[in-house]
Design a protein around this ligand. Structure first.
Ligand code: HEC
Ligand code: HEC
Length: 207
């Protein structure tokens, strides 16, 4: 709440002429130098130096909640969330390094993506805010928030790479995403192909 307020006030003061400021995170005390070192040596190759890769295959980490990042890294390491790529990347990270990486990436600035297909985005906006009462899909916003910003327990979706969202919704449906998939499995299994594409397109335009 505070963060939104601050960001809005700043935006108004600066006449909204500047790109979104880096996120004000109230971080636990972590070693950001160490996080930067690990990121430069190992993560930036795919996730980009600013937590935003150019490839459609890799999720944006910029702005993501540090608790969620640290939790996912722990799950990749233990194998709860199966991933050939991330399993080896997280293999030797210490818990304090996972948390430091989380804070490091959460602080990175985010921005919305351009809407490529306005009609598709409009369908996605409906699904995101209203769900689909005919097939029993809950509105995404009821958990992920009106602007897709998530919470400490729930991932931020706003501005995420659309292809990554699509792939995750498919893997929740198939239970190929192996950790904590109960809630999202029941949602993803009711989404049509069109709804998946549309909601992913809409989410990417949020910031
Ligand atoms: C070779 C490419 C590659 C490298 C290098 C890499 N990642 Fe990833 N990362 C991925 C892919 C692909 C995924 C999506 C999960 C999957 O499909 O297995 C992912 C997912 C993640 C996620 C989960 C994001 C979410 O929204 O759930 C986090 C957190 C993450 N990576 C952090 C890191 C960190 C920290 C490093 C460096 C230690 C790193 N990654 C290095 C490719 C990479
Ligand atoms: C009842 C609450 C709830 C609703 C409604 C909900 N989600 Fe989620 N979603 C979650 C939870 C909880 C997680 C985190 C799972 C985890 O911790 O691994 C999640 C995770 C995700 C992820 C993975 C993000 C990442 O970074 O990997 C995506 C994508 C997602 N949700 C999309 C959606 C979409 C699209 C909708 C609407 C069609 C939706 N969710 C509706 C609770 C919800």
């Amino acid at each position: 709440m505070m963060r939104t307020w601050k960001k809005t006030a700043l935006g108004v003061m600066l006449g909204l002429l500047v790109p979104a400021a880096a996120h004000a995170v109230d971080p636990p005390n972590v070693d950001l130098t160490r996080a930067e070192e690990i990121s430069a040596g190992r993560c930036s190759l795919c996730h980009g130096p600013e937590g935003d890769s150019a490839s459609a295959l890799y999720p944006r980490l910029a702005g993501q909640h540090h608790q969620y990042i640290a939790k996912q890294l722990a799950d990749f390491q233990s194998g709860r969330r199966k991933s050939d790529t991330m399993g080896s990347m997280a293999a030797d990270l210490k818990p304090e390094e996972m948390l430091a990486l989380g804070v490091f990436f959460e602080k990175k600035p985010t921005k919305a993506r351009d809407a490529r297909d306005a009609d598709l985005v409009a369908v996605g906006r409906f699904v995101f805010h209203r769900g689909n009462e005919f097939s029993g899909v809950a509105a995404c916003s009821s958990c992920h928030g009106e602007r897709g910003l998530g919470t400490e327990q729930l991932p931020r979706l706003a501005g995420q790479v659309p292809k990554y969202i699509e792939v995750q919704l498919k893997s929740f449906e198939q239970r190929e995403r192996t950790n904590d998939n109960a809630i999202m499995h029941s949602i993803a299994s009711k989404l049509t192909e069109l709804e998946v594409k549309a909601v992913a397109a809409y989410i990417s335009t949020l910031d």
